[in-house]
Design a protein around this ligand. Structure first.
Ligand SMILES: [Zn+2]
Length: 356
């Protein structure tokens, strides 16, 4: 199948795009965006929609798993679409909600068994060779939502799922009074060794009095949203923890990505520990139902394009940007959620804010 696709691509495009990295080709080859979008619509029209009972009869249920209905709109019907796999190590099923389009793993992981997903090597993964790339990605995203992150003095920030403290380090450098929480004790220990003023805690926000008191100006969720098994409960809590005028930043894989449409089950967003996949079509439901007043997005063109280190020729860079914007299909989704009208008037002026 792969070689058939490769041959077809060679016939269509010759060798002109061989030097373009894989993750960028679908955005720059002429006509490819429209073709992938048509392919996607066809897939959705032809994929079967089942009742939850029918679906349960077709898919095995693991010991740490449970079957879910759509967490965004409550529809229990299932449209099975993908079966991502990491070789022999893991495999799961991804369904789409036929009502609202939400993509989620089903069966999903029971919240109390979430710890079983995370191997001991998780904290070294977070601080290893990925550290520099991650910090660059944080900087680019903060710039995209300027001026929210420019001056932290006198402002409180909570990093939810802070890992080994790579973002807290940047936040304290920018003057924020910053705290983080994480469910990995090893990561929290590493974070506190790295930090000077900011503090990391093990556990949930309500376990730490300093955090449970709320009053945060900024809450950040860096690559955390896709890991949450009970997003509505978590977002209600975040909303309460925000001060008037507060904002919540989200970076997560984009379920509207053109790369998902091209690679399907092989898409890079389907990682071992991801549970739910949001797009700009489904995130507003989560935010609206949990009391947020607005949301704005920053399209994701890829780190090398945004950092100015891409080797792509100028016209191809321009074509990539257009393809991302016209398809709402960057590979990551970056969103800023506003707690209330005050937050919109304070931070939304340079952004296109969608009211909820
Ligand atoms: Zn739904």
């Amino acid at each position: 199948m792969v070689s058939v696709k490769r041959t077809a691509a060679r016939m269509l495009f010759g060798s002109r795009y061989n030097n373009v990295p894989w993750g960028q080709r679908v955005y720059v080859r002429p006509g490819e965006r429209l073709m992938r979008e048509a392919q996607w619509r066809l897939k959705l029209r032809s994929a079967r929609v089942m009742s939850l009972e029918e679906y349960k009869a077709t898919v095995p249920l693991g010991e740490i798993e449970e079957f879910l209905s759509c967490m965004m709109c409550g529809d229990s019907r299932q449209q099975p679409l993908f079966e991502p796999t990491g070789g022999r190590n893991w495999r799961y099923h991804v369904v789409r909600c036929p009502s609202c389009g939400f993509l989620y793993r089903n069966p999903n992981i029971r919240p109390e068994r979430l710890g079983d997903l995370y191997a001991n090597s998780y904290s070294s993964f977070l601080t290893g060779k990925y550290a520099a790339n991650r910090q660059r990605r944080y900087q680019l995203t903060m710039d995209a939502f300027s001026p929210v992150f420019e001056h932290g003095e006198g402002r409180r920030l909570l990093d939810f799922g802070c890992g080994a403290g790579l973002f807290l380090e940047l936040a304290e450098q920018r003057g924020f009074d910053a705290v983080g929480v994480d469910l990995s004790p090893d990561s929290v220990e590493q974070a506190n060794a790295r930090l000077t003023k900011a503090r990391a805690y093990f556990g949930a926000p309500e376990d730490v009095p300093e955090i449970a008191a709320g009053g945060f100006d900024v809450i950040t969720l860096w690559s955390v949203l896709a890991h949450l098994p009970r997003p509505l409960e978590d977002f209600e809590r975040f909303r309460h923890l925000l001060a008037p005028g507060g904002v919540l930043l989200i970076l997560t894989v984009n379920a509207g990505s053109l790369l998902l449409k091209a690679y399907e089950s092989g898409w890079s967003g389907f990682t071992k520990n991801h549970l739910m996949f949001y797009s700009s079509a489904t995130l507003p439901t989560l935010l609206g139902r949990t009391g947020f007043s607005g949301v704005a997005y920053a399209p994701h063109y890829g780190d090398t394009i945004e950092a100015g280190t891409s080797q792509l020729p100028g016209p191809l860079r321009a074509r990539l940007r257009r393809a991302v914007e016209n398809s709402d299909g960057g590979n990551m989704m970056r969103a800023l959620a506003f707690a209330d009208d005050e937050a919109i008037s304070r931070w939304g002026q340079r952004l296109r804010v969608r009211r909820l």
